[in-house]
Design a protein around this ligand. Sequence first.
Ligand SMILES: Nc1ncnc2c1ncn2[C@@H]1O[C@H](COP(=O)(O)OP(=O)(O)OP(=O)(O)O)[C@@H](O)[C@H]1O
Length: 703
Amino acid sequence: MNVNSNEVKVYVRTRPTACFAQDLIEYLPDKQTVNVHQRRCSRRGVVNNQTSSWSFRLNGVLHSASQEEVYEHVAHTVVLSALQGYNGTIMCFGQTGAGKTYTITGATEAYRQRGIIPRALQEVFREVEHRVGHTFSLHLSYLEIYNETLLDLLASIKGSQEPQGGPLTVVEEPGGGVLVKGLSLHPVHSEEEALNLLFEGEMNRIIGEHALNKNSSRSHCIFTIHIESRSRTLSNATYVTSKLNLVDLAGSERLSKTGSEGQVQREAMYINRSLSFLEQAIMALADRRREHVPFRQSKLTHALRDSLGGNCNTVLVANIYGEAAHIEETLSTLRFAARMKCVRTEPSVNEHMDPALQVHRLKKEIQQLKQELSIQDTLANRAGVSYEKLSESQVAEVRSQVQRYLAGTLDEITIVNARQIQEVFAQFKKIVHASVRSVQAREPEGAVGELEGGFGLGVAAPSQRHTPSPSRSKGKKEMIAMLHLSFGSTPPSKMEAFEHFKAERGSELKRILKANKAVLLERSAQLHKLTDAINATKRDIDKVGSELEHLRAKRQSQGQFVSAEGEPVLEEAELALVLSLREMKDNYRQAHDELLATRAEVRYCQHLVAQCRVRLLTEFESWYNESFLLPDEVLSILREGPIRPGLVPVDKALALAQEHADLLSDSPSAVWFHNAQNRTLQRVRQRHRTHSEETFQITRAHI
Ligand SMILES: Nc1ncnc2c1ncn2[C@@H]1O[C@H](COP(=O)(O)OP(=O)(O)OP(=O)(O)O)[C@@H](O)[C@H]1O
């Protein structure tokens, strides 16, 4: 029952006024659209009759809405979803005095005017009572962010879960969540207990003097209900957790308008900065192409990292004044709200596994299964069969049975249980491996030795290397005999033979080639990705660079803004651009280094793949010649020499053999050999002529 829409929900609420500017603020009957008309000012500040208009479509307009109605629209579903394990955040944003605190906390004087927090607490405890199938554990925390300092509004209360002392810090958790280290968490068991904590925290809020509103709060406050829920059924080892953040942001008006000095001006500067970082984070979240969201720029955005978008149900209430005098701030609040509405969210339940419960459940299941098995054995007259791990003497007994079975002195191995069957197979495997090794040791020119040690072309991980299968380690003669059997007396076409070669003798080379191709493909894809990312960063750098230039040119034309000490002061916007430019350049440099390294790797892999291909073809040619075109007599003559017969062209190999035979013919006892040889060579030449006419083109596809 989560809010489950894929974007942040945004509502606008007007503070009631007798002077509502109907001509400037227009609420359409759909209760979702606000049109704002603003009179244009002439250069010298003289108001003329021209107007500019803006239209904002939100999720709801709360005009003259009661606190109860606001809760129903804004908070009800988010609170229920939080009880099911979805994180939720409700934020109030707007100009000082526009009604943020009234909306989130409410007026303390009248119960009917209580805001979202007390109503949410009421609903949570009511639901907890109704959901009898679950146990709930609830904790509260209350954080204030004042001038970029984190303060615990409930630190004064005993019984907190976190140790006191030390500055509070925002810590990122694995999985994208955040927690404020050092912030006290207070267990609560009733609505009354929870309300006491809320009021205690309220008392501790820093209240500053302000020109616009005497009691205005100059800090951001985050009241959080931490919920953990477990099923009462023991068999269910999962449990869910969630956080419900109720956020009262500081006034959003611009510095110049406050007309304040000293500490209040400093406060306003921090507020402006954190809100402008909040806007930047929102803009980055709304832009789906942006991979990096600058959450860490301020304590506010960092603390809200997992509450703005992400897996959270997020709702924003934009509080505005209805009077004409505030129309400019109203417009900027609505613009922020519209941007926030574009942020996408993917709410999901925070489900966890309780390891202790899981172990307990599995142990119980094993116990039950063992009982079941023993009943079955008794029924089948197999009492006494053990299902525990085999002892050393039992393993030895199985080994002896397998050996006797292979030797023919034992007719059959009696099967007792699954563990014993596995051991029988394991013993068979050991015997087969030992036999393969002894065959290899006896075969000096064995395919396996050559394949294992000779290629040296692999970039694939050593674990990817296959141990030679018994079929691959077959003697060469055996293999050729097999091929002759399947192809008959005429030699196979090169295409067919190549397929055979790849499956048998050349299989290891083929595997290495395949592995290298896979690595090449993966690195090439990575290279493309990196190139795209670098190009995107470059475009961003150019964009921010030109924005900065533009801003500086504008500032130059308006004169330099200097501090009391005469130091040049950077504007908020300019500072933000400089910081983000610096970050982007760092990212660019890092990505560029990575790109160079990956490019080198790609070249290396390309080289390996090409080498493997050539090697596969050369090996095949030579194997084909030796297996089908050169007779055994020729091979045995040439093998005694320094060259490998298959590596030279068939004609040349035959000529060499002829020369060798001529030398031998000087001996009378070799005449019969010489004659037979001549006849064979002629036959072979004839066959070779036919074969060399066959066009053989092994394309990349064949390899
Ligand atoms: N919808 C409303 N109905 C009745 N009174 C309201 C409403 N909204 C605001 N007020 C009143 O207006 C005054 C200022 O509101 P509030 O303190 O909530 O403003 P705020 O936006 O939280 O200001 P700050 O930024 O200083 O925290 C309060 O006295 C509050 O009771």
